[in-house]
Design a binder for this molecule. Structure first.
Ligand code: AMP
Ligand code: MG
Length: 344
């Protein structure tokens, strides 16, 4: 019998365990499962009461819609309508993978999944266990990230237990998530595709496959429709205060040194989160490594009782755009360092 963690069942990735997970889903329960991006908190997308349970367990605002997870593009027509050739081009190239598509919603998907919007976000995760679990459940699975609302997303099953033990029925235990950041959310309901949330698939890749321009919501301050409701919340916050240091890299080091000294003198514990200095991430300059380690590092510093986290900006190209999006949302303050004259 798998161990119970204060009311939350810890399941393995073998067939009988995944069958058990599917049974829980079919009875209206909640199961956290691994994906390549972050751990998701799943319920049957067609069961309104089960979906309500997700919002309750996470403490998620009711106007922030969920992403529906599919075991293949064949399930698309059950959840969405008016699926265009461009959409199939994207699913051919990027599914399974970290790309969620916002499409007109089918009436089979209850209002609550989409927080009342006429659209629905869908994706097919690139994770063997996730796909087996969805297939065995026999229904599309509505799943936001498996964290308490406002906390950094979980990239290990331990993070899920940290936040949701006793609040959900089961967690499927797997290895840490490879991408480590949430999926790209792409709105395909208008004339021009719009990235509502940057993620594992970059704007450059999307433009190449569709052969058209892709907008990024909020870039250049333009109005974009329909805005992703989740974007208005300050997500991904560690308990510590995070200061994001931007500006020329050569001028950042003296500022980081000075801030560290200042806060240590005041009795605070200071942690680093950077790519160019030997710090707690220490992942070199590869943005994909930085992305994979980001949430884990934020949670570790919280556990260690760090009060102040200093983070440096990284190049916003490719997955760097998603990293910078999450860092800005996590930051209590952004300090822009001037060239030559280090000043915080
Ligand atoms: P999470 O599941 O925690 O990764 O959050 C899902 C993200 O997708 C949030 O930012 C939502 O606002 C966004 N999202 C989900 N469904 C839709 C939709 N139908 N239209 C726009 N954004 C959506
Ligand atoms: Mg989330």
């Amino acid at each position: 019998m798998p161990p119970l963690t204060k009311g939350t069942l810890l399941l393995m990735e073998d067939q009988p365990s995944l069958e058990k997970a599917a049974q829980i889903i079919n009875k209206g329960g909640l199961v956290a499962f691994p994906t390549e991006t972050v751990y998701g908190l799943g319920a049957a997308a067609t069961d309104e009461d089960a979906v309500a349970g997700i919002y309750k367990a996470k403490g998620r605002p009711a106007d922030n819609p969920l992403i529906v997870h599919l075991s293949g593009p064949g399930q698309l027509e059950n959840v969405a309508r008016d699926i265009t050739k461009k959409v199939y081009k994207l699913t051919d190239r990027f599914w399974p993978g970290p790309l969620s598509l916002v499409l007109p919603r089918s009436e089979k998907i209850p209002d609550l999944v989409s927080a009342g919007l006429p659209s629905v976000a869908v994706r097919m995760p690139d994770h063997r266990t996730a796909l087996d679990f969805i297939r065995l459940s026999g229904v599309p699975i509505a799943a936001p990230s498996a964290n308490r609302s406002g906390r950094p997303s979980p990239t290990t099953y331990r993070h899920v237990l940290e936040d949701l033990t006793g609040r959900i029925d089961a967690v499927i235990k797997s290895s840490p998530c490879k991408v480590g950041l949430e999926s790209t959310v792409l709105d395909m309901t208008g004339e021009v595709p719009v990235i509502l949330r940057p993620g594992g698939v970059s704007r450059e890749e999307l433009e190449e496959v569709m052969g058209c321009t892709v907008d990024v919501a909020g870039a250049r301050g333009q109005f974009v429709r329909p805005l992703s409701p989740g974007m208005k919340y300050r997500h991904y916050s560690p308990r510590a205060k995070l200061f994001l240091i931007t500006g020329p890299s050569a001028s950042r080091f003296p500022v980081i040194k000075a801030l560290t000294k200042h806060y240590r003198n005041l009795g605070f514990t200071v942690g680093y989160l950077n790519t160019s200095l030997k710090g707690s991430l220490n992942q070199g300059t590869d943005p994909a490594c930085f992305a994979a380690a980001l949430y884990k590092s934020l949670r570790r510093m919280d556990r260690q009782g760090v009060d102040i986290i200093l983070a440096e900006e990284i190049d916003a190209a490719g997955i760097g755009l998603a990293v910078m999006n999450r860092l800005k949302k996590a930051a209590a303050r952004t300090l822009r360092v001037q060239p030559g004259k280090p000043k915080a």
